[in-house]
Design a protein around this ligand. Structure first.
Ligand SMILES: *Cc1c(COP(=O)(O)O)cnc(C)c1O
Length: 386
């Protein structure tokens, strides 16, 4: 007998494969309904109102839980809504220790929303285990919030080590796994309690749908998230749930191609005379190269790099033709961004300087175009700056 498939590529491709025996439909139906008829008093089909649960969204939630190896999954309207729901687990007086180099929107949420609501946020360089441990020993910490690789400097955090440290004091471990996806990195296997995704990025994969996902490792945590999701209400629509399911089906081939392209581009950038530094965990010279290799199946498709000057960086943004100058990441199209002036503008200048998010830094989200066209585009846009 054929064993049930164990390769994640196969699971990805089968995401949302419909098992409706009546019609034989391959694709999950889009249940575009807000409410559900009751068979009688005290009777329910299991669905009462779509904020609480919707059959299309439920398929996506089950798939992401399976892919991340957690107890349950939850789909939200955006990645930020997912993060807000998770932060809803905490109360005034709680402390969260977060990576110092974070997605700009998460930083903004922490500073302008969580902090005024009494949650204390402490930032540490989590690629430095000693600094992280010292912070965890300093006071009672409710949660650690990890991004690895970080955005945009690509620092790598040892998820297993930080989880082990956190577990000793009952601290919840939250990992934003947007950059890696469960194809490359599975934080729950490394000790995380909660995994978050901006499904807008690699999981959706086509720069056309916003989505946030949360996976809870255990049932008690899942019950709390389920309560918050229903109570606060920023759920993903049935149509968008279907689009994300469709995106997940091709994640494996998309990520492989994007990552192969990124590896070549990173090497090419390293040897370019106008490029000062390249931040890509797939380069052996990257300080987190070995650690990333240990905990993830690949370095992903995001590259940050510093040009000789800000003028050079702006010139690249003006002259790219195949690559689009646009925010976001993880889609089939290659995008280039200017973190200091786009995704990370809400971080104060001094903090940005301290982290290395300078005005000459650019970030590439490498897509699936032909590698020669991408390199030709970068090469041509850099020539203008010469
Ligand atoms: C984009 C992003 C988010 C926010 O997701 P949205 O879907 O844009 O709300 C959170 N974390 C990371 C790492 C991201 O890249």
């Amino acid at each position: 007998m054929l064993k049930t498939p164990h390769h994640i590529d196969t699971d990805l491709c089968r995401a949302g494969l419909c098992t409706d025996e009546k019609t034989g439909a391959i694709s999950t139906p889009i249940y575009q309904t807000a409410t559900y008829r009751h068979l009688g008093p005290g009777q329910s089909t299991g669905f009462d109102y779509s904020r609480t649960s919707n059959p299309t969204r439920a398929v996506l939630e089950r798939e992401i839980a399976h892919l991340e190896g957690g107890a349950a999954g939850f789909a939200f309207s955006t990645g930020m809504a997912a993060i807000a729901a998770v932060i809803g687990l905490f109360k005034p007086g709680d402390t969260i220790v977060a990576c110092d180099d974070l997605y700009g929107g998460t930083y903004r949420f922490f500073e302008t929303f969580a902090r005024p609501h009494g949650i204390k946020i402490v930032y540490v360089d989590m690629s430095d285990l000693k600094e992280t441990q010292a912070e965890l020993l300093l006071e009672e910490v409710a949660a650690v919030f990890i991004e690895t690789p970080t955005n945009p400097i690509m620092k790598i955090t040892d998820i297993a080590e930080v989880s082990a440290m956190a577990k000793r004091s009952g601290t919840l471990v939250i990992v934003d796994n947007t950059f890696m996806t469960p194809l490359l990195q599975r934080p729950i296997e490394l000790g995380a309690d909660i995994v978050i995704h901006s499904g807008t990025k690699f999981l959706g994969g086509h720069n056309d749908t916003l989505c946030g996902l949360v996976v809870a490792a255990t049932k008690p945590t899942a019950d709390k998230i389920a309560f918050i999701q229903n109570a606060s209400g920023a759920v993903l629509s049935p149509m968008d749930s279907w689009l994300i399911l469709r995106g997940i089906k091709t994640l494996s081939v998309r990520m492989q191609r994007s990552q192969d392209n990124a590896q070549e581009i990173a090497a090419w950038l390293t040897s370019h005379p106008l490029v000062e530094t390249v931040f890509y965990p797939g380069l052996e010279t990257h300080p987190g190269f070995a650690l990333n290799k240990k905990q993830a199946k690949g370095p992903g498709a995001l590259i940050s790099f510093k040009l000789k000057s800000t003028a050079h960086a702006l010139s690249v943004l003006r002259h790219v033709k195949i690559i689009s100058f646009a925010e976001s990441l993880g889609g089939v199209e290659t995008l280039i961004t200017h973190p200091a002036r786009q995704t990370h503008t809400d971080i104060p200048q001094e903090t940005r300087d301290c982290l290395g998010i300078s005005d000459n830094l650019l970030r590439l989200s490498v897509g699936i175009e032909h590698i020669d066209d991408l390199i030709a585009d970068l090469s041509h846009s850099l020539e203008y700056a010469l």
